[in-house]
Design a protein around this ligand. Structure first.
Ligand code: ZN
Length: 311
């Protein structure tokens, strides 16, 4: 299925030189993620820039298929297990979790196809999301990870709110999803997704808000803190899951900046999306459908949020 919606990442031009990219990223990408970048730069001579287009890279590219890199490139131990002393470390902090899509959207296509204003343009209210080839839906996935994430964050004392919990017949629309985070005065918002890309395209990526200022969209104040949040989540996601950053967007960083997502454009509080993997790739699907792996994913996201909120 060719999925076109908020999760669809249009082809992005590759930057010109790997070496320059690596140097630039060294200044931007912390921790384990930098390890991935360096691994990519030196460990994959076949990954040149000839393709000119990340979206059409060969599906068999070996770059991001090694699952154990975090164990060798990351000198930090696995993430901390919450202890009694952690139980109130996030007291007073508000985290909004946005489980992408809604399991009931499939029955309400006319409602979710309604266009809403996202400042820069008009987009569908919401989308159905994708699914694995075996029919495990993205909406089920996002809710499951959201529940696991909520448990972990509450163990740290955070106040956690959802934009939806399969408790409404469709949506909410992307503008309302943003508004929920804004009205909650959230200290951090994470929108959870899994992608619907082509087979062979693997790995996770975190989507950061680009700078937009049009209509109701003004992301200027949140671009920098959102990047901080996103980088921390990307790093902790690598550590917790052992998954590689996307091999089809983000040039191996696991970070993608977008200016076309209403949920980001309309946010006034730090917010990122995470695409935890590609549901249309069989290897990624095997992870996404595993409860044990989803727990690791939730832990990775949680640790990034905790790190961000502790500063
Ligand atoms: Zn999605």
């Amino acid at each position: 299925m060719s999925y076109v919606g908020p999760d669809f990442d249009p082809p992005q031009p590759r930057r010109s030189r790997r070496r320059a990219l690596t140097v630039a990223l060294a200044a931007l990408v912390p921790g384990a993620l930098l390890g991935w970048v360096l691994y990519e730069a030196v460990g994959d001579p076949g990954d040149g820039d000839a393709s000119g287009n990340a979206a059409v890279r060969p599906s068999a590219a070996p770059t991001n298929t090694a699952p154990t890199i975090s164990a060798t490139n990351d000198d930090k131990p696995p993430g901390p297990t919450p202890t009694a002393s952690d139980s109130d470390s996030l007291k007073g902090k508000v985290v909004v979790i946005d489980p992408g899509h809604n399991p009931n959207n499939f029955q309400h296509t006319s409602e979710i196809n309604r266009k809403v204003n996202i400042g820069t343009n008009w987009k569908e209210c919401d989308t159905t999301g994708t699914s694995t080839n075996d029919g495990y839906t993205e909406a089920e996935f996002t809710l499951d990870v959201a529940h696991r994430l909520r448990t972990l964050l509450r163990q740290q004392g955070a106040t956690v709110k959802f934009t939806q919990d399969n408790d409404r017949s469709w949506g909410p629309c992307v503008d309302e999803r943003a508004e929920i985070g804004n009205k909650a005065h959230a200290d951090a918002v994470v929108s959870i997704h899994a992608d619907g890309a082509s087979a062979g395209q693997r790995g996770f990526h975190v989507i950061l808000p680009g700078k937009v200022n049009a209509g109701a969209a003004n992301t200027g104040p949140i671009v920098t803190p959102s990047r901080d949040l996103g980088e921390r989540i990307a790093g902790s996601f690598v550590r917790a899951t052992g998954s590689a950053p996307s091999n089809y967007v983000g040039d191996g960083t696991g970070l993608v900046t977008r200016e076309d997502l209403g949920g980001l454009n309309l946010s006034t509080v730090p917010k990122v999306f995470i695409e935890c993997g590609n549901m249309r790739d069989s290897k990624d699907a095997a992870l996404l459908t595993s409860g044990a792996w989803r727990q690791k994913a939730a832990r990775g996201i949680s640790e990034g949020i905790v790190s961000f909120l502790r500063g």
